[in-house]
Ligand binder design. Sequence first.
Ligand code: UD1
Ligand code: CA
Length: 441
Amino acid sequence: MSKTASLACIILAAGQGTRMRSTKAKVLHEVAGFPMIAHVRHACEALVPYKIVGVIGPDAPEVGEAIAPHASVIQAQRKGTAHAVLAAKDELRGFKGRVLIVYGDTPLLRPETLSALVGQSAPVSVLTFKPEDPAQYGRVFLSNEGLVDSIVEYADANEQQRANNLCNAGVMAFDSDVLWNVLAEIKPHNAKGEFYLTDAIAIARAQGLACAYITGDAEEVLGINSRVELSVAEGIMQKRLRHSLMEQGVTLKNPDTVQLCADTRIAADVTIHPYVVFGPSVVVDEGVELFSFSHLEGVRVKKGARIGPYARLRPGTIIGEGAHIGNFVEVKKSNIESAAKINHLSYVGDTRVGARTNIGAGTITCNYDGFHKHHTDIGADVFVGSDTALVAPVKIGDRANIAAGSTITENVPEDSLAIARNKQINKDGWAKRFRDKKGGK
Ligand code: UD1
Ligand code: CA
């Protein structure tokens, strides 16, 4: 896709987010497995702008990492949203066109809404919304011509002004020349000496410039300032993600109990039972069935496989076509090839399990010696008896059998049987003699 040469985006993310009560920067708190700011970044990226610039605080370089590969600039002192936009000016030197300003704490914004705002013909445009409870959002006032006249911050608004529920979503688009001119006029606003971007409107109006607005969906522009609002955003995002999966042909038996990640990819005709949790980087192919209480992260599940209930699939795992992973089975960084079965109570880590191999209940790969991880290689058509410990590094040849209860420390050749346990001794009549001695029945 070619870049839109006439559009630049600025993402404001230097705020402290004190209302989160966290040592972590507000915009790094996650929604559907990704930092809020990553959602905002993706929405901006969808517009394919000439440039995206993040404005970050001096003490949160991780925010810059979340904006990368795009540029970020540091706002050394947090002196308000207008001051933050000015911090990006150098990065946009020489740029002429539209500048879209978004706040890093509005993770539910959709690209279509941003496009609609940028597409307004007025030199300034504001995204508004009408929430049921306008809470502490800035209030937007219209002129007789139906254009935006001013924005009054909640703290500065009188009772009558607060009764207006047309609110500022925190997204604005400016012609670049207008933006830099107007910003130069903004005066410190409050006792803290903060410069408010919202004051740009009244200044632009005073210069005779038209300020247009569009009204977005109240859910979409939710600004996250507290953990309660974070949970509301999570709920909305989850609903969206589930909805789009169902539209694509995925069955969710009880949608409200399934937790998805923004990047979860699930093919058609997959069935997901209640209470399945997806971490980042999960890809599930057609016809897979995921049973309840399973947790998947960083895994590819191929066609027709069955997972769970109560399975845990950890990063670096591939589950092959038609494979079965059953209850209380943990698989980490392993390749489970097609039609292999690990049905009960096992830990398989750093391992290849060959095609059609059956791993018995209670099998453990001992992959860690306290210092390093080691690999276990199990061939195709192997039968591993229950309660086997495979001490890595170790290799089991194709079609081998491992006797139940074995502790395997040496490689096993193909087609052979390995037994690594003490030979059983039966003592005739011992139990009866013991009972008699103890006076029992
Ligand atoms: C802001 C708006 C308000 C709007 C609301 C929508 C202003 C003055 N107010 O209020 O009208 O209804 O968003 O959610 O713009 N930031 C910086 N540097 C700063 C201050 C803030 O980068 O010095 C960033 C924050 O990281 C945040 C964004 O700007 O991403 C908004 O700041 P925040 O303090 O959350 O503003 P609100 O009080 O929510
Ligand atoms: Ca906010």
